[in-house]
Design a protein around this ligand. Structure first.
Ligand code: NAD
Length: 516
């Protein structure tokens, strides 16, 4: 099967009437669906949990987005068993048929992209462009993995040997537990689960309790595309109850996790333990947090750099693993850059995601408390230059906040805050800026702005991050263009959206036949 070359799904252009009207209509349609009850999806059955929990609109705390079953450890076990049964047939489905299902799911979402985006606006508080980009990335993942499934199905050549014929093929692993975060509520679950399924594995997906409705957007697309029952199971519930079983169960072959460093470390440790009856070492990928630096050198185009630093720091309220939460500026332009940055940040308007404000809410009450706690710490560690308070409204709104003159070792310069807070740090020179940029436990993204090619070459060699951007913002990785994943405590660097990703979900087998 020859497919057209992969192309990124284009973004919507909300400056046009057509796209704006389509988005408004989708928001109205989804608004009418809010508050509905969703089931657990196990082995093709729709089941109830042990009670329910709600997901709410962070822009309007009293608006219920959906009601979800509280899955128990027993549900998690049942889902693993269903996935194991489905694996026996799914593993034998040819790659062409697996790819066709992914492509149909991509088409399904393409036709409903505004509706899918609207669920994100309501459930996680993304503005329209952020939500649209997440849906485009999701479509890209499906298209990408369809092609990758076909490529890996070709296997590898082996060196000819007299009297023997050897074959090198890739086999799926088995049941994969998929544990995503809430901040890319469609693109990340799909990034991990569709990769697993494309490779011939079966999946138990435990969505984040902050974004479960979005997981059903994916499940519905896969069902509409003809995915057989049991290949994708969805169990909502708490990380401790459901997540623990998904990590520890002896019949789980692989755990694919994206989320915080704390939870990632725990999952990595738990998955390493061999349970009674377990006959393999689990494969684990853990993609975790970041404390990314945007470095601005005195030889940069300052206006361009500052504009990009604002987008990097405050896009989706700073709730991206790739957010530029440190702005490191060399001494000769420090004052100038800081002033321009603060002016642009102060101009950012905060308000409900549905009304498409540039800055929306943070995800929930706990995040609000944590971020405001860091803002309090920042008031002692740096000079408050913008924001610093909750913002008005019925949701979890926080003013975009800038701390200036921050020591690179300060907590707000070292710990992931995951909110609209940027620490601005003065560097003596470019050497010092690179040293500061590298001096955290993380290593996810980084940006360097300079017009000096020698400095850019040094950054390329010495700035130790999984995704380095030169003269470009630190966020907005595109499938295939910027395969994504970080170093050190940012994770296992599995590079989703790249040529190696599917390999994590496969095991090679070599068969050698002596023919004489
Ligand atoms: P989180 O770690 O709190 O939760 C992630 C998932 O783990 C959720 O589904 C949660 O329910 C589950 N979980 C919690 N406890 C568990 C347990 N004991 N066992 C199993 N599962 C458990 O993270 P979050 O708040 O949802 O997401 C934000 C974090 O994700 C940030 O740190 C961000 O940097 C990171 N992130 C990283 C990437 C990346 O590609 N590196 C991408 C997006 C987000």
């Amino acid at each position: 099967m020859a497919l057209p070359e992969f192309r990124n799904e284009p973004f919507s252009d909300f400056s046009t009437d057509a796209h704006r009207n389509a988005m408004r209509a989708a928001l109205d349609q989804v608004q009418r669906e809010l508050g509905r009850e969703f089931p657990l999806l196990i082995g093709g059955e729709r089941l109830q949990g042990d009670g329910t929990f709600t997901s709410i609109n962070p822009s309007r705390k009293d608006e219920v987005v959906g009601i979800f079953p509280r899955g128990t450890p027993a549900h998690a076990e049942r889902a693993i068993e269903a996935a194991e049964r489905a694996f026996e047939s799914w593993r034998r489905v040819p790659a062409e048929e697996r790819a066709a299902i992914l492509l149909r799911a991509a088409d399904h979402l393409r036709r409903r992209k505004y509706v899918a985006a609207a669920w994100q606006v309501y459930e996680v508080g993304k503005n329209w462009a952020e939500a649209d980009a997440d849906v485009a990335e999701t479509i890209d993942h499906l298209e990408w993995f369809a092609r990758e499934a076909l490529r890996y199905a070709r296997g590898q050549p082996t060196v000819p040997h007299p009297q023997e014929y050897s074959e090198y093929v890739y086999l799926p692993l088995g049941v994969v537990s998929v544990i995503p975060p809430w901040n890319f509520p469609l693109a990340i679950p799909v990034g991990m689960a569709a990769a697993a399924i494309a490779a011939g594995n079966t999946v138990v997906l435990k969505p984040s309790s902050d974004s479960p409705a979005n997981a059903y957007v994916f499940a519905e697309a896969m069902e509409a595309a003809g995915l057989p029952p049991g290949v994708l199971n969805v169990v909502t519930g708490s990380g401790a109850d459901v997540g623990d079983v998904l990590v520890r169960h002896p019949r789980v072959r692989m755990v694919a996790f994206t989320g915080s460093k704390e939870v990632g470390i725990r999952i990595y440790q738990e998955a390493a333990k061999v349970a009674p009856g377990q006959i393999w070492l689990k494969r684990v990928i853990c993609e975790m947090g970041g404390k990314n630096a945007v470095v601005v050198d005195e030889e940069a185009d300052l206006e361009e750099a500052v504009t990009a630093a604002v987008v990097s720091g405050y896009g989706f309220q700073g709730q991206k693993c790739s957010a530029g939460s440190r702005l490191v500026v060399t001494a000769p332009v420090y004052r100038d850059v800081l002033e321009r940055f603060v002016e642009k940040v102060r101009a950012l308007e905060v308000g409900p995601a549905k009304d498409n404000y540039p800055v929306g809410p943070v995800i929930n009450a706990r995040a609000m408390r944590t971020i405001l706690g860091y803002i309090d710490i920042g008031k002692h560690e740096g000079r408050l230059a913008a924001g610093g308070e909750p913002a008005d409204g019925d949701g979890f709104f926080i003013q975009p906040t800038v701390f200036a003159d921050v020591d690179p070792r300060a907590r707000i310069a070292q710990e992931e805050i995951f909110g609209p807070v940027v620490a601005v740090i003065r560097a003596r020179d470019f050497d010092d800026a690179l040293a500061i940029a590298n001096a955290t436990e993380y290593g996810l993204t980084g940006s360097v702005f300079s017009r000096n090619p020698e400095k850019l070459a040094r950054a390329r060699r010495e700035f130790m991050v999984g995704n380095l951007y030169l003269n470009r913002k630190s966020t907005g990785a595109l499938v295939g263009v910027h395969p994504f994943g970080g170093f050190n405590m940012s994770g296992t660097d599995a590079k989703v959206g790249g040529p190696d990703y599917l390999l994590y979900f496969l095991q090679p087998k070599v068969t050698s036949l002596k023919w004489r």
